[in-house]
Design a protein around this ligand. Structure first.
Ligand code: HEC
Length: 228
């Protein structure tokens, strides 16, 4: 008996089902996500990153930072990310709608960076850390990114942008300045703030919730003030 047609149908069904489940369904559910307006505060989330931070995202990609860092905080039920202080709420697909490509990452040699802009708020900290991570984190296994910095002759006075190089001295009359790439990368780091409560991830603290009925979230659960 010729089993060819059955074989063909079986294969066709397998591929059709995979296409439906892996391409069509996710595209229908996630491909059309839009920024959301918080009915209480009027804040729109997410916004596209400011100009330099968008270039910084490319620097982040080009330097392989995503090989060691994730940008996805897991829910309390699925891991200890929130207990470790990596975020106040789990990451959701809407967080990435302006990022092309999105870089949620898969390996964690270093900490999750979804919310690092709230954790490390000082750009100078980031510059020194990028120049030599061990200045800020003794014993760090993160590689130094010195090629994102330049050595310059100090002018009449040291420039305000000169970075802290720890125990290394660039030599008398010299200073280390960040390149445009380093500046935009740090802008990107500072822009990583996924702490706005939205429909998918409402604020779990009822005391700060909006009055019931003012939102489309579970009974009055939207506000922007992170409370932990
Ligand atoms: C080989 C793995 C590795 C790579 C590649 C790497 N990192 Fe890291 N990163 C780490 C580790 C480990 C730490 C934790 C120790 C420390 O703070 O230095 C860290 C810490 C950080 C922190 C501090 C996070 C916090 O919670 O305080 C930032 C910011 C950071 N990395 C940014 C970057 C950027 C930007 C790049 C790319 C230019 C990058 N990392 C590439 C391993 C890596």
């Amino acid at each position: 008996m010729n089993h060819g047609p059955f074989l063909f149908l079986g294969l066709f069904a397998t591929f059709a089902w995979s296409w439906f489940a892996l391409v069509l369904k996710p595209q229908n559910e996630l491909g059309t996500l839009e920024p959301e307006k918080n009915p209480v505060t009027g804040e729109v989330y997410p916004l596209n990153r400011a100009g330099a931070a968008q270039q910084g995202r490319d620097v982040y990609r080009a330097n392989g930072c995503a090989a060691c860092h994730t940008q996805q905080v897991r829910s309390r039920e699925s891991g200890s990310d929130m207990a470790r202080g990596w975020g106040v709420r789990p990451t959701v697909a809407r967080d990435f709608i302006f990022d092309n490509p999105a870089m949620p990452g898969v390996f964690r040699i270093g900490p999750d960076l979804a919310n690092v802009g709230n954790r490390q708020r000082d750009p100078k900290w980031h510059f020194s850390h990028l120049y030599n991570p061990r200045i800020k984190s003794p014993g760090s296994s993160m590689p130094p990114y010195r090629y994102l910095f330049e050595k310059h002759k100090t002018g009449v006075a040291p420039s305000a942008d000169a970075i802290d190089t720890g125990t290394y001295s660039p030599g008398a009359g010299y200073e280390i300045l960040p390149t445009d790439e380093a500046r935009s990368l740090v802008d990107y780091m500072m822009s990583l703030k996924a702490d706005t409560y939205i429909f998918e991830v409402p604020n779990p603290h009822p005391s700060t919730n909006a009055p019931t009925g003012t939102t489309n979230a579970v009974a009055g659960a939207v506000t922007n003030a992170p409370t932990q």
